[in-house]
Design a protein around this ligand. Sequence first.
Ligand code: GNR
Ligand code: NI
Length: 158
Amino acid sequence: MAIRNIIEMGKDDILRKHSRKVTKFDHRLGVLLDDMADTMYEADGVGLAAPQVGVLKRVVVIDVGEGLIELVNPEILWSEGEVISTEGCLSVPGRRGTVQRPEKVRVHAQDRKGNPIEVEGEGLLAVCLCHELDHLDGVLYVDKMIEDVTDKIEEENE
Ligand code: GNR
Ligand code: NI
């Protein structure tokens, strides 16, 4: 178990690259998933994608308060509805912005052993699934941002 360094936007173009599918469900993948969970919890995040720790593999961890979800090679099966919510990103520290996302999504993926799994999410889980899957294709929430609300949130906290 180890905390890995989280790459920030603008410091490395790795966040802009496409990640590769996982083909080997070996010990190395298990170590990556364990380290990603440790890193996410230590940073107080609700999700983390492998490129954020410099690994261009299609691997994601999520915990929106309902327990740890590990997703390998995730793909959106279907989505429905639209919601606009405020997002942040551990790779864009200190900033917040609004983004439109589906209200509900269903994702197919594999677990750390390669077994097929499906996850359905609404609310924050749906947002987080979409946010993390975007990271695997080099997309950051700021690319889809409707409005930067960093200053508005700071004012509310004054
Ligand atoms: O910790 C995170 N919080 C968050 C809040 C709203 C929408 C998405 C997120 S994901 C983010 C962690 C992160 O950067 N994952 O890639
Ligand atoms: Ni992010």
